[in-house]
Design a protein. Structure first.
Length: 757
């Protein structure tokens, strides 16, 4: 929200009060509190009729400083609040002097500089990361009488901002206004399904605004050398998170708000959907599945979208008997083919469904202030909204999911969760404004927990559209309703990169786009992008997405990249471990891996899959693509050609190819299986060595697909000698020098190999 009129003025009708000095300071063992009146106190009479800001500094974990700015402290603190699983009582040091007061946590210090031009500096070592300087804090009242608390933080020349959820505009947020307010707005506007009040910078710090409701950000868009964030009400809390690298910032942020869960190995395979409003029954589904098998296209998951239930009944969890008269038998037949099953759900209950009356009678649906059930006719006629703040309603909803799991359903696409009204009353007394974004957290957690209860840790996976801070704990998330164009392909990638910079470890998108029918060129160009994402789904709105509906070449392209992904499962599983253990996403903007290379700052049409593979999706019908290559000699994963950076490359690719480059000094593991994602990755594994530097010494840990077992390989190079060892001796494995014909085979019983370069 903008409060100012240019640099000097205030917008008409806005009143602004800014703390003017650190008048008094108090310290305890764990806090530093500053009392800051909105006018400098020169004499005793100045304390009368004068607002006072209470600014309290504390720390929930090392290298993180929390700042709470309070005007009036007597308000009711209604739920919900973000869960912070990593928050704890941590040792800090505090100091209060006449000129400076400080609180230090780990390597981060909040330094309050007292005097005429008081300010707060956030300091790491001898470097000021950012500051709350002149008029940095404010109590602002808008013409409608709403009170806001605002905070501005300085941006130095060259500082850029990333994150704030899955946003489809430019990856760098400087110059943008962003409202943290979940909306069902597609992928082509400023609205977003996944709004996260967290940003990170290339300046060594990130900022998390600890408010689940509407947070308004001005990112060098009101004052061009500052970020600003504001919330309605009498208090604001934000946390400054020290890195210094972007990876370290994400590690600390996800340690605080929760790490992504481990998902089952089968979920990395190809998902095929019925699509949304298309006509389908069991015969249609069977024809799709058989068509994939006949064309030698590995398929892991079949997804039933909306119309598996009867129209006007969504969401009653009942198969439409007209099109699916024998759901248990059908699911059994599909699972006999080795498939997993996913079905679409949402948190709305249509009036026609018998569950509506049941939920209304038991108080399981959200109500208006007069006690009536909140309803509207958008999406489904007379629909109500499940009140997930009610524990009994959550159990009721989960009981229907368990009934479907008893039939053979393995996963749920938890759609929607953004259309949440604010003129309602919640069972637990929650503040409607705070619940609007937070609703998705309770919804997806309910679904994910039901799956985890059935399948255990590492066995649950949802396909969710909406999220907020902490939602990364309940994966996977997909990018929502994109269009079937190259422009929307770029939008989707920007959204995924932005979400990655917001703490989400996994991400997917509809291959070929969701709305409309993609041109065959769009569909085929999208396939490598889709298969070289953590999760891969063929899904559309009004048309099927089986590849033979486009042309024979689409079948060949899909086969090639599906099988490539399945062979990459040892690598992908290792990268997933970084996501669920360290909070580092699988899909990565290049700036996350190369923060010291200024050329990566604004890159948003290419990405890294893990830390070894650079992918530049081709977003043109003629195959032309330009992409940046960081320093070193990179090798094409697909044909072995090499390019040495740093430089820009412009090339043209056929539909069956794309820029997929292996980082120099890499050990890339390839599995021996290319028809399913869940197999013993160590059995028959090939370790491909790419441009190993002299002195290379690395350890590669390959997780087993469904449990905590791991296989460890160590690779060392000294001069012309490369030694490779394994801690497992019961399987065959081999080592290959990429770009050569040098392959050394280790039979069972062998734990060490030596190669000469």
């Amino acid at each position: 929200m903008k409060f100012t009129d240019g640099y000097w003025g205030i917008r008409p009708g806005v009143t602004a009060l800014h703390p003017a000095e650190a008048y008094d300071v108090e310290t305890t063992e764990s806090t530093l509190t500053v009392y800051a009146p909105t006018q400098r106190i020169r004499r005793r009479g100045d304390v009368l009729n004068r607002p006072l800001a209470t600014v309290r500094f504390s720390s929930p974990m090392p290298d993180v400083v929390a700042v709470r700015i309070v005007h009036h402290a007597g308000g009711l603190r209604r739920p919900p609040s973000f869960e912070l699983p990593g928050a704890a009582s941590v040792p800090v040091t505090t100091h209060a002097g006449d000129d400076v007061a400080e609180l230090t946590s780990g390597g981060l210090t909040a330094r309050v500089v007292r005097g005429d031009d008081w300010r707060v500096d956030f300091v790491a070592g001898d470097r000021v990361l950012t500051s709350s300087s002149t008029k940095g804090m404010g109590f602002m009242t808008t013409p409608d009488g709403v009170h806001h608390v605002a905070q501005r933080l300085d941006l130095a020349p060259g500082d850029v901002v990333y994150g704030l959820g899955e946003r489809f505009g430019p990856l760098v947020k400087n110059g943008q206004t962003v409202d943290i307010w979940n909306n069902d707005g597609g992928t082509a506007s400023e609205q977003a399904y996944k709004n996260v009040p967290f940003y990170l910078t290339n300046a060594g710090y990130g900022v998390f605004v600890n408010h689940p409701g509407l947070v308004s950000f001005e990112l060098a868009s009101e004052l061009v050398s500052r970020t600003q964030f504001s919330v309605a009400g009498q208090e604001l809390e934000y946390l400054v998170i020290h890195g210094p690298t972007p990876k370290e910032i994400l590690r600390r942020y996800t340690a605080l708000t929760g790490r992504p869960a481990r998902v089952p190995a089968w979920s990395y395979g190809l998902w095929l959907s019925t699509s949304f409003t298309t006509d389908y029954d069991e015969a249609t589904v069977t024809s799709f599945v058989e068509g994939m098998a006949e064309r030698d296209l590995p398929l892991s998951v079949f997804h039933f979208d909306t119309f598996w239930m009867r129209e006007f009944n969504w969401c009653d969890f009942e198969w439409d008997p007209r099109t699916f008269p024998d759901p248990e038998g059908m699911l059994a037949r599909l699972k006999a083919r080795g498939l997993r099953i996913c079905v679409w759900i949402n948190p709305y209950i249509a009036q026609r469904s018998p569950l509506f009356a049941q939920g209304a009678a038991k108080g399981y649906l959200v109500r208006r202030p007069d006690g009536s059930v909140w309803q509207w006719d958008r999406w489904q006629a007379g629909m109500g909204l499940v009140d997930f703040t009610n524990p009994e309603a959550r159990a009721w909803y989960a009981s229907h999911l368990r009934r479907l799991m008893d039939m053979g359903v393995d996963a749920f696409k938890s759609d929607f969760g953004e259309r949440v009204p604010t003129d309602v009353v919640w069972d637990d007394g929650a503040d409607p404004e705070r619940m609007h974004n937070y609703y998705t957290q309770l919804y997806n957690q309910t679904v994910f927990d039901a799956l985890r209860e059935r399948h255990g840790d590492g066995g649950a996976v949802v396909f969710a559209r909406s999220a907020t801070a902490g939602g990364q704990r309940f994966p996977v998330h997909w990018g929502g309703d994109n269009d079937s164009t190259f422009a929307s392909m770029a939008e989707s990638l920007r959204g995924g990169l932005s979400l990655a910079m917001s703490g989400f470890g996994y991400w997917s998108h509809d291959i070929g786009g969701f709305e409309n029918l993609p041109d065959p060129a769009v569909f085929k160009r999208w396939i490598p992008f889709g298969l070289l994402s953590s999760h891969s789904r063929l899904h559309g709105s009004t048309s099927y997405r089986v590849p033979w509906a486009f042309d024979d070449e689409a079948v060949d392209v899909l086969r090639r990249f599906t099988r490539l992904k399945l062979r990459l499962m040892p690598y992908l599983s290792a990268m997933a471990r970084e996501a669920y253990e360290d909070g580092v996403p699988m899909l990565r903007p290049l700036v996350l891996e190369f923060p010291d290379d200024p050329a990566t700052t604004y890159l948003e049409r290419q990405y890294l899959l893990g830390d070894r593979l650079l992918v530049a999706p081709v977003m043109s019908a003629d195959g032309s693509v330009s992409y940046y290559v960081p320093a070193g000699t990179w090798t094409s994963l697909l044909d072995g050609t090499q390019v040495t950076g740093p430089r820009w490359v412009t090339e043209t690719y056929g539909f069956d190819s794309a820029p997929v480059l292996v980082r120099p000094d890499s050990v890339l593991p390839f599995g021996a299986v290319d028809d399913r994602p869940d197999y013993d990755y160590a059995d028959g594994i090939t370790l491909r060595l790419y441009e190993l530097a002299d002195g290379h010494d690395s350890t590669l840990v390959v997780p087993a697909p469904e449990d905590d077992a791991r296989v460890t390989y160590r690779v060392r190079r000294e001069g012309a000698r490369i030694d490779v060892s394994s801690d497992r001796d019961d399987v065959a494995w081999r080592v290959e020098l990429a770009g050569t014909r040098t392959v050394v085979q280790a039979e069972p019983g062998t734990t060490r190999l030596t190669l000469n370069v």
